[in-house]
Design a protein around this ligand. Structure first.
Ligand code: DAH
Length: 366
């Protein structure tokens, strides 16, 4: 008994004197470990008579409890001292500038698409989308280009080997015009949409890539005429290029899905080695550049999409988004758009924090 008391007194002193967690652990093993003196004392209980055991057991258990409590409280004290020391030595100066990290940027194509959505939203257009893997009915037939139509050959189409369940050939859409059909089928008339997205043609040089971007516009309502088309395009281009002196020239043209069809040219001048949109192409030092295709939606297209052409009519247009980006931001090689070169992206990219808005300016460069 005295033995146990002495051992306990010595152990408690050693525990309280332990100045590291390792030293404390040594004390724990010496007392409570498998071969520790408390464990050995507990083992002696087995050899005792029941009476002796009833007498001895509470003292041993109490000793074990005291030692364990002493270890736990010493451990807590050592840990909180360590934490306090760490907090005192590791300070963080929140007034320092943030460390330099690599930043992503918004690709000019995404930027221009956001700008278009912003400009057309202000004119009451919503954004519609359609699949990039299309069937030839939506991409061609419904747009008044049946199987034998020569315009099909001009699209350099990527076809898939299989047909869909309706027996239609599957392809990568060659333009965003099929979204006109899908949107009218889904929502009927009146309708006012733009449809930006990727399109595909088997073509590649400095100004053509096999994948590129278009935005389609479609307005169907009662009493819509070419004047509405011209006003809409002028308003859009003035907002997009952020200048008032945009002059358009409408030239008669042909698209199977519009009647009449017009090609739209914009006046520009060669300034500082690049084409800068603005002014009349007939002015001194100016010229015309073809910008987009458009026209009044062909009745046959309305019929294909389930809209009554005797009640509704409207206009459509299609324009290359990459082309718009090149003109506005001054890049001259389309292929670089899709190289994923970090230097190009950091030079021509936009800050994700600068959302285009009409009030703050669409497309402010950081
Ligand atoms: N889909 C035509 C193309 O890719 C562009 C186009 C022309 C779209 C006239 C139209 C339009 O909506 O009316 O070449």
């Amino acid at each position: 008994m005295t033995d146990l008391t002495d051992q306990k007194t010595a152990a408690l002193a050693a525990i309280n004197a332990a100045d590291t967690l390792d030293a404390l652990e040594e004390q724990r093993v010496a007392a409570l470990g498998k071969k520790g003196w408390v464990s050995l004392a507990l083992k002696t209980l087995g050899g005792m008579s029941p009476e002796e055991r009833t007498q001895a057991a509470p003292a041993i258990q109490a000793t074990r409890g005291e030692v364990a409590d002493a270890i736990a409280s010493r451990k807590a004290a050592l840990e909180s001292a360590a934490l306090a020391q760490k907090l005192a030595s590791e300070t963080l100066d929140l007034t320092l500038p943030a460390p330099a990290t690599k930043r992503g940027s918004v690709h000019p194509v995404s930027q221009v698409m956001d700008e278009l959505a912003e400009i057309f939203a202000d004119l009451g257009f919503s954004v519609a989308t359609g699949p990039e893997i299309e069937d030839d009915w939506h991409n061609f037939t419904a747009l008044n280009m049946d199987e034998s139509h020569p315009a099909r050959a001009m699209h350099d189409t990527f076809y898939f080997p299989d047909t869909n369940s309706d027996g239609n050939k599957m392809l990568l859409r060659t333009h965003t015009s099929p979204v006109q059909i899908r949107a009218m089928k889904a929502d009927g008339a009146p309708i006012r949409i733009i449809a930006p997205g990727r399109v595909y043609r088997s073509d590649s040089d400095a100004t053509h890539t096999p994948m590129f971007h278009q935005v389609e516009g479609l307005v169907i309502d009662k009493d819509i005429h070419l004047g509405h088309l011209k006003w809409t395009l002028e308003t859009f281009l003035k907002a997009f290029f952020e200048r008032e002196d945009i002059v358009l020239r409408l030239r008669p043209s042909y698209f199977p899905f519009t009647e009449p069809s017009v090609e739209v040219d914009v006046g520009y001048a060669n300034t500082g080695g690049r084409r800068v949109v603005g002014g009349s192409g007939d002015d001194e030092g100016h010229d015309w550049m073809e910008l987009l295709g458009s026209g009044m939606v062909n009745r046959r297209v309305l019929e294909s999409a389930g809209v009554d052409p005797d009640e509704y009519q409207g206009f459509a247009f299609g324009v290359g988004v990459d082309r718009l980006a090149m003109l506005k931001y001054g890049m001259d090689d389309l292929r670089a758009f899709f190289d994923g070169d970090a230097r190009w992206l950091s030079h021509y990219g936009f800050s994700p924090y600068d959302q285009p808005t009409l009030s703050a300016g669409v497309g402010v460069k950081p």
